[in-house]
Design a protein around this ligand. Structure first.
Ligand SMILES: [Zn+2]
Length: 226
């Protein structure tokens, strides 16, 4: 059994194959994060999709404090080293690459977005026969359809729906139609005033276009087992 906990915005804690993977750990200053940094435990791996503050968040501090391994694009890895993360903990990959780490396969998939260091990515995590896709911040693009072809059926897709900085409900529902996940968890909404306020329109569009996909609307702090 794998378990996912939404920590608000794009931050998730994934328990998979006996490991804890923290994704886009914006904990301090995240108005929708239900826990403090000291309640996090010691994640084995921290994955960062890009260096915007609401995604990079507290990643470097967590890796410095707990010795967690950091998976990110090369340039963000360089920044991590400059900021005191031990080089042996840093897996500074690039788009399209995969690393095998602690029984997990972690792939950096393209994302269409901006950032100030390296390039933004989505993150595909496989282990224990399961496949999780965290889209990061991104626009819709057709190559999302390659994810199940390359990496097998997606058990859970974590998809931004908030609009303005990323896909909105319409584009996100089309992304689900391309990815065909068993379940989708909407993220990156309601945190800021410019973002979509709730997941109702997204849930309606997915139920119309992809009725085989379960829409799992979590509240911050909620768990989803799969
Ligand atoms: Zn961003």
């Amino acid at each position: 059994m794998a378990r996912l906990r939404w920590l608000g915005h794009a931050a998730f804690l994934l328990e998979l194959a006996g490991k804890e993977v923290l994704i886009d750990p914006w904990i301090r200053g995240n108005p929708s994060c239900p826990i403090g940094l000291d309640e996090l435990g010691k994640p084995d791996v921290v994955c960062v999709s890009h260096d915007h503050g609401d995604h990079l968040g507290d990643a470097f501090e967590i890796c410095r404090k707990h010795g967690s391994k950091l998976v990110c694009v090369y340039e963000v890895g360089c920044k991590a080293e400059q900021e005191g993360v031990k080089p042996e903990l840093i897996y500074g990959m690039n788009v399209g690459g995969t690393v095998e780490l602690d029984g997990l396969k972690i792939t950096l998939f393209p994302a269409i977005h901006s950032c100030s260091c390296g390039v933004p990515v989505g993150i595909i995590i496989r282990g224990e026969g399961k496949n999780i896709y965290h889209a990061g911040d991104t626009a819709l693009f057709g190559d999302m359809a390659l994810i199940p072809r390359l990496y097998g059926p997606v058990d859970v897709a974590l998809i931004p729906i908030g609009g303005y900085y990323t896909m909105g409900p319409l584009e996100a529902a089309e992304a689900v139609a391309l990815i065909k996940p068993k379940a989708v968890v909407p993220m990156h909404y309601a945190t800021f005033p410019v973002l979509v306020k709730d997941a109702s329109e997204f849930a309606r569009l997915v139920s119309e276009r992809s009725p085989e996909t379960d829409v799992i609307v979590l509240g911050p702090g909620d768990y989803y087992e799969f």
